[in-house]
Design a protein around this ligand. Sequence first.
Ligand code: FES
Length: 105
Amino acid sequence: PNITFILPDESIKVVDAFEGDSIMQTAVDAGIEEITADCGGNSSCATCHCIIDDAWIDKIGTADEVEFSVMESAIEPQPNSRLSCQIKVTDILDGAIIHVPEAEW
Ligand code: FES
């Protein structure tokens, strides 16, 4: 599935992602430097923060309470904020649009 990342400078990176990878892994492999993923995908660092495009939030889903509190301890999350390590790539996500914020740490 193709995942479209919109970077802080508005540039667009379309990545051919592997099913079963996380969005975080996909971004790291694509060289997106804002996603440092310091905890390695353990849902504890929030350095994989991304914002799901409005058009995709229903399919991908919002953060649950636990995920939200991890983000709140590190950043100021928006309603569509997610930890990208907690989103698995599936076929359903083909064409998904993910906004990558400026690194906040
Ligand atoms: Fe640390 Fe996602 S990589 S919370």
